[in-house]
Design a binder for this molecule. Structure first.
Ligand code: FRU
Length: 468
């Protein structure tokens, strides 16, 4: 499709779709979501020239994984985001099947995007190019074209470049699949963002003593926090265990140390990033004051996405809340960013037995709970959290089969911080040692009801809207 035709079609889709999305009771009040169509991965998250930019995989034309553009938001405070013109559209031969995920850096004062140009062929095969684009003086992005072709020994599944600066070089982690169809993460180096040297594989299924873990490791991200260098990635094809890796595709972190000279990453085992029903393809960046933030797609690519009721309102999926990462004893922890506290309205308290607690309006809500457990938290009969001494269990009916399905977090949960929006619940456990993120589609006004004989202490706030 020619660029001008695509742009006209997107404009029409937004004009027709946006009123339908914004009038949907499930459209978020304070999370980022598409104004129409399908959103997936966060891309190009960066603090640049005094503002934050967050790009995203967006198909404005329909609720389907096709024709991905880079949508673009900008924010001064990480709370209020302004829509920007579309940054990248799949209008070149080398990105004609989609401008896939990637990252952003500041290169000599210029906001520069590194993304995957995806090309699918009629016979079902594909190739991929890692491409550059630079912001111009009008605020738009000029494509500079491909800078990396598929390296020898890999299939066309090579994508999702995440680039950072370390000392005198740019480094990139890149998701790849070798010709034995195993997932790999490659490390590359450059001194000008244009010519890249492939330093080799630093992680992947069957490397470093991992059990068979997948045919593709999407969306890698790498950064140092405290004493550890973390690799976040999304291994596809991880064998589900009884209580872990139950989503159709996993998102996990590894902790270790990276030897930049040897291109060797010595790391421990895979750890699930989020134990909820929807979490995938997160990306991190540094704030102006040195915090490492993460935002994820609160979705999972699976067969059930299209059963979500928002599709009838011409939109699907949202981002997670923004989270600050910390490293505690080699463990990657996530907590909601402090900025979100500005959304809190009047503080309320409860202390006593769960059974005696009043129902709480859950439409836009933050709750902090302390207890020794054996409590049930029922979100509008649609999502039910069973809090036991050594386990959290989240239950939700499948939108396809109607059967109850479960997700688990194993361990002693002493303290929960729960953030609700119109169709999402994010449960932070023990100050971020664990997280369970899930979408749900309650009738509104949704109520949270507590059950159980255990004593608990609760502080809670309803949250202001900040997106619409
Ligand atoms: C992850 C992913 C990426 C790809 C993008 C396409 O959700 O599959 O690997 O770049 O989505 O939208």
């Amino acid at each position: 499709m020619a660029s001008s035709t695509r742009l006209a079609a997107i404009l029409q889709a937004v004009m027709q779709g946006m009123p339908k999305a914004l009038s949907d009771s499930h459209y978020p009040g304070w999370h980022l979501a598409p104004v129409t169509g399908l959103l997936n991965d966060p891309n190009g998250f960066i603090h640049f020239d005094g503002e934050y930019h967050l790009f995203y995989q967006w198909n404005a034309l329909e609720c389907a994984h096709q024709q991905k553009c880079w949508g673009h938001w900008r924010s001064a405070d990480l709370l209020h985001w302004q829509h920007q013109p579309i940054a990248l559209m799949p209008d070149e031969e080398y990105d004609r099947s989609g401008c896939y995920s990637g990252s952003a850096v500041e290169d000599n004062g210029v906001l520069t995007l590194i993304y995957t140009g995806n090309v699918k062929f009629d016979d079902g095969s594909r190739t991929a190019w890692q491409c550059l684009a630079q912001q111009n003086s009008a605020g738009g992005f000029d494509k500079l074209g491909p800078v990396i072709a598929v390296p020898e020994g890999y299939t066309g599944h090579v994508r999702d470049p995440k680039v950072w600066r370390h000392e005198d070089y740019w480094y990139m982690v890149l998701a790849a699949q070798n010709t034995q169809l195993q997932g790999r993460v490659l490390l590359l180096r450059s001194d000008n963002l244009r010519e890249w040297q492939n330093l080799g594989e630093i992680a992947g299924s069957e490397l470093g003593g991992l059990d068979a873990a997948g045919y593709m490791w999407e969306c890698p991200d790498m950064f140092t926090l405290g004493d550890s260098t973390y690799l976040i990635c999304c291994p596809q094809g991880v064998v589900p265990e009884e209580k872990r890796y139950l989503n159709s595709h996993a998102c996990a972190w590894l902790s270790g140390s990276l030897d930049y000279q040897q291109a060797a990453y010595l790391h421990g085992p895979l750890n699930e990033m989020d134990a909820g029903f929807e979490f995938y393809a997160p990306q991190t960046t540094m704030t102006a004051d040195g915090r490492r933030l993460l935002v994820g797609w609160m979705g999972t690519p699976d067969g059930e996405e299209m059963a979500q009721p928002t599709v009838a309102h011409h939109w699907i999926h949202q981002m997670t809340c923004l989270r600050e990462l910390s490293s505690r004893n080699g463990r990657l922890c996530q907590q909601p960013i402090a900025e979100l506290q500005a959304l809190r309205e009047r503080e309320l308290h409860y202390q006593g037995r769960a059974d005696d607690a009043p129902p709480i309006a859950a439409q836009r809500l933050e709750v902090e709970l302390e207890s020794l457990g054996d409590i049930e938290l029922n979100f509008a009969d649609t999502l039910i959290l069973t809090w036991q001494q050594n386990e959290l269990r989240l239950a939700r009916r499948s939108l396809v089969s109607g059967q109850w399905t479960y997700r688990y977090w194993t361990g002693a949960a002493r303290r929960l911080q729960i953030l609700c929006d119109h169709s999402s619940v994010e449960i932070f456990i023990n100050d971020g040692e664990g997280v369970m993120s899930s979408r749900y589609f309650p009738d509104h006004p949704a109520m949270l009801t507590l059950r159980g004989r255990a004593e608990l202490q609760a502080r809670y706030w309803s949250l202001r809207r900040c997106m619409v």
